[in-house]
Design a protein around this ligand. Structure first.
Ligand code: BES
Ligand code: MN
Ligand code: ZN
Length: 465
C-alpha cells in the first residue's frame, strides 16, 4: 500500500474521506458524487489500545466493502489523549494494522474481472513532522513482513516442504545482509541431531535445519537467537491425528515463518545487532520408515528422548535446535512454536502462552505484547511439573503422564535442552507457544487463516533489547 502525506483533505472524487465518529459505521455518498466513510469508534474517552487496533483495521474492511481504493484520514482523529501514546507510536500502529487488514490470501483463487478488492493508497492528513512519517513507513515494513509470514504459513502442505521452506528463507534474505545455510540429513547426522532426524524419518521429504545469520552488531556482541518450529505438515505420525485435528496442520511451521520474517524485518529496519534465526524443518508423516511410539532418540545434547506419542513432535525437533543455539553464546534465546493444543484450551484464541523463568523478561514480553497487539500471557514453568516428563527408558518423555497441564509439560521438556552439561541455564530463554494464535480469531478484523504471530512483538524486541 502506498502512503502519502498532505496538509489538508484532497478534494478529488476518487479519494474517499474517512472520519472517525462516536456513532455507527456508515458509508455516505455525497451529493458531489464522492464517498465518506464514517468509522465508529464508540465513546472517544472509552477507547482502549486494543480497540484502537481493530478500529484501524475496520476502516480497511469498510473501504473494501465500498470498493474504494484510495482513502484519506485525519491523523489527529486517532489521537486519544488518555491513551498517552506518542504520535510516532500511533503512526507505526496505523500502518502496521492497515497492512494487516488489507491482506488476503488469494494466491490460489481466480482473479475476478474487476481485480482484487484492496486498498491501494492511504493519504494521511495533518501536520505530522518527519518523525511520524518515518514511523508510518517503518510500520509499513513490519506490516508487510507480518503478511509474508501469513502467506508462508497459509501455503498448503503439499507445496511447503522442508526443502521449499529452506529455499523460501534463502529467497527472502536475498539482497539483505543475511547468510542462509540449510543443513541436510548428512550434516545433521554428523552433528548427532537424532531428534530432528527421528521425527523426519517417516517422510519422503528430507528434513532441513535452516540457519540464518544477520550480524550487523559489533563482532564481539553476543547474538539474540530466534528458533521457530518448522513442521511443514503435522499428521501426528503413527499416532495419526483425526480428520478435524489434522485440518490446518500445514500451518505447523508458523513459528518458523515468524522467525524468518522477524529476522528479515530486523535487516530491513537496519537494526544494528547480531541476530540468528534457526528453523528445524520436518514433515511429520506415518509410513514404513516412521519413528514409533516407544522409540528412544538420542538428541544432539546427548540426552535421550523417549517417544510416548509421535504427535508431540514439535518439542523433539526443538530440543536439537535449543542445543545447537548454545554455540552462539546467546544473550537471549526465544523459541516460537505451534506447540500444544493445550495452550488453546488454557488461553482461548486471543493470546499466546509465555514461558520463562526470568521475571524481567516475562514483564518485558507482556508489555511488548500489549504495545504491539501480539498478546502473550504468562504460564508456569515450575519444577513441580518436571516429574510429569521423566522418562522410563529414556531421559525425558515427550508427553506428560496426565492430560492436564499439557502446555507447561511441553515447555518443561524444552527447558531441559536449554541447560548446559553442568545442568545450569546455558542462556536466558523465553518460549512462546503460539498454537492459540496460529489463526486469526473472531472480531479481529483480519482475513481467515494464519495470524502472523508474533512477528510484531519480535520486531519491537529486536529493536529495543
Ligand atoms: N502441532 C500440534 C499442536 C497444535 C494443535 C497446534 C492445534 C495448533 C493447533 C502439536 O504437534 C501436537 O500435536 N501436540 C499434541 C501433543 C500431545 C500429543 C501431547 C497436542 O497438543 O495434542
Ligand atoms: Mn503434533
Ligand atoms: Zn505439531
Amino acid at each position: 500500500m502506498k502512503y502519502t502525506f498532505a496538509g489538508r483533505f484532497p478534494t478529488a472524487k476518487d479519494i474517499t474521506r474517512i472520519t472517525f465518529v462516536e456513532g455507527k459505521d456508515t458509508i455516505v455518498r455525497t451529493a458531489q458524487g464522492g464517498t465518506v466513510i464514517e468509522v465508529g469508534t464508540g465513546k472517544r474517552d472509552e477507547m482502549t489500545r486494543r480497540k484502537l487496533l481493530t478500529t484501524i483495521r475496520k476502516m480497511v474492511s469498510l473501504a473494501k466493502s465500498a470498493n474504494r481504493q484510495k482513502v484519506a484520514l485525519n491523523f489527529f482523529d486517532l489521537v486519544f489523549p488518555h491513551l498517552h501514546m506518542l504520535p510516532q507510536e500511533i503512526g507505526e500502529l496505523l500502518s502496521v494494522n492497515l497492512e494487516m487488514a488489507n491482506f488476503e490470501f488469494v494466491k490460489y483463487k481466480s482473479k475476478p474481472k474487476e481485480g482484487w478488492n484492496a486498498l491501494a493508497e492511504v493519504i494521511v492528513v495533518g501536520k505530522l513532522g518527519s518523525g511520524v512519517e518515518k514511523a508510518i513507513k517503518k510500520g509499513k515494513i513490519i506490516g508487510e513482513e507480518v503478511n509474508k509470514t501469513r502467506s508462508l504459513a497459509n501455503t498448503p502442505g503439499g507445496e511447503m516442504t522442508p526443502q521449499i521452506l529452506a529455499q523460501t528463507a534463502t529467497d527472502e534474505a536475498e539482497g539483505l545482509p543475511i547468510t542462509v545455510t540449510a543443513l541436510g540429513v548428512r550434516e545433521m547426522e554428523e552433528l548427532g541431531m537424532g531428534a530432528i532426524l527421528g521425527v523426519g524419518r517417516g517422510s519422503d521429504e528430507e528434513p532441513k535445519f535452516i540457519v540464518m545469520e544477520y550480524m550487523a552488531g559489533a563482532p564481539d556482541e553476543q547474538p539474540i537467537v530466534l528458533i521457530g518450529k518448522g513442521v511443514t505438515f503435522d499428521t501426528g505420525g503413527l499416532n495419526l491425528k483425526s480428520d478435524t485435528n489434522m485440518y490446518e496442520m500445514h500451518m505447523d511451521m508458523s513459528g518458523g515463518a515468524a522467525v524468518i520474517h522477524a529476522l528479515c524485518t530486523a535487516a530491513k529496519l537496519k537494526i544494528k545487532k547480531n541476530i540468528v534465526a534457526l528453523v528445524p524443518a520436518v514433515e511429520n508423516m506415518p509410513s514404513g520408515s516412521s519413528y514409533h511410539p516407544g522409540d528412544v532418540l538420542r538428541s544432539m545434547s546427548g540426552k535421550t528422548i523417549e517417544v510416548l506419542n509421535t504427535d508431540a513432535e514439535g518439542r523433539i525437533i526443538l530440543a536439537d535446535a535449543l542445543h545447537y543455539a548454545k554455540q552462539y553464546k546467546p544473550r537471549l534465546v526465544i523459541d516460537v512454536a505451534t506447540l500444544t493444543g493445550a495452550i488453546c484450551v488454557a488461553l482461548g484464541p486471543y493470546a499466546s502462552g509465555l514461558f520463562t523463568r526470568d521475571h524481567d523478561l516475562e514483564e518485558r514480553f507482556r508489555a511488548l505484547g500489549e504495545e504491539t497487539g501480539d498478546y502473550v500471557w504468562p504460564m508456569p514453568l515450575w519444577d513441580e511439573y518436571e516429574s510429569e516428563i521423566k522418562g522410563t527408558f529414556g531421559d525425558w518423555a515427550n508427553t506428560g503422564k496426565s492430560r492436564y497441564g499439557g502446555a507447561t509439560n511441553a515447555a518443561l521438556f524444552l527447558y531441559q535442552f536449554t541447560k548446559d552439561a553442568g545442568g545450569k541455564d546455558a542462556y536466558p530463554w523465553v518460549h512462546i507457544d503460539i498454537a492459540s494464535r496460529m489463526t486469526a480469531a473472531e472480531g479481529e478484523q483480519l482475513a481467515k487463516g494464519a495470524a502472523g504471530a508474533p512477528v510484531r512483538l519480535l520486531a519491537k524486541l529486536l529493536e529495543h533489547f
